[in-house]
Design a protein around this ligand. Structure first.
Ligand code: FPP
Length: 244
């Protein structure tokens, strides 16, 4: 445990695997493999620190535009991750939740994910959300469609809909895991944008961008960024957090 005010929910845009691979004269898929190793370390550290929620951006709805080789390489990594990590995730009481439509992934990846979800279903430690085939706008659109159908079916007045109604049908709502909005979102590799990650939920998140490429992101840097987060005054559009 570190003696600072930890966030309850951390989101991470794990960017820079491709550039890391290029710098090491390796194929892109090996960059993603190194990214997966980095992810393993950070999941362990997050769980060890007692942070309750972690969400990582593993594959966006836009990532389908990449080469077949790269896309299928990332999906194979999921199978590898499950085979390598499932036992330890279970021992660490980690619960995994997928945000996104993963049923269109190759059969072996879907089966590995289903096995992982089943095995970790009863765990109540870290809630580790993997955004997979995820897009923030797509998530909002799906929620709005579901709400619209609910209004028609149940004769509800559309004018009475609230922000909470939209939240209820986002992946973070339908998981029934009380997933709060992220307090902190970290993006590696020097890019400073959100790229369709947690578009609705990030409205009041603190953002930290670091130049480090994701495969080089260390537990030590993670702790430093958490410390930087703990120094920030959050205002949520009003007065400072904690002000009377
Ligand atoms: C962004 O780097 C990274 C991704 C699109 C994939 C992230 C995937 C992993 C870390 C592996 C996930 C594994 C599991 C098991 C969920 P980039 O390729 O856009 O890097 P670049 O901008 O330098 O090209």
């Amino acid at each position: 445990m570190i003696d600072i005010k930890l966030p309850n929910h951390v989101g991470i845009i794990m960017d820079g695997n491709g550039r890391w691979a290029k710098a090491h004269k390796l194929p892109r898929v090996l960059g993603h493999n190194a990214g997966m190793e980095s992810m393993k370390k950070i999941v362990k550290a997050t769980s060890g620190m007692g942070i309750k929620y972690l969400t990582v951006y593993a594959f966006s709805t836009e990532n389908w535009k990449r080469s077949t080789e790269e896309v299928s390489g990332i999906f194979k990594l999921i199978v590898k991750y499950v085979n390598m990590e499932l036992k330890e995730l279970d021992e660490n009481n980690v619960h995994i939740n997928i945000m996104g439509e993963y049923d269109m992934l190759p059969k072996e990846s879907v089966e590995a994910i289903d096995k992982m979800l089943r095995t970790l279903e009863k765990n109540d430690g870290l809630i580790f959300n993997i955004a997979l085939n995820y897009g923030g706008r797509d998530e909002i659109l799906k929620s709005v469609k579901t709400l619209y159908k609910e209004c028609i079916r149940e004769g509800k007045d559309i004018d009475l809909l609230t922000e909470e109604d939209i939240s209820r049908y986002l992946y973070s709502g339908t998981a029934n895991l009380d997933i709060p909005d992220p307090d902190l979102i970290i993006r590696t590799s020097g890019e400073e944008r959100m790229s369709n990650f947690l578009t609705w939920q990030s409205a009041y998140s603190e953002l930290i961008f670091t130049e480090t490429l994701w495969p080089d992101f260390s537990e030590d840097e993670y702790r430093k960024l958490l410390e930087a987060f703990s120094q920030r005054k959050r205002r949520f559009g009003g007065r400072n957090e904690g002000d009377k």
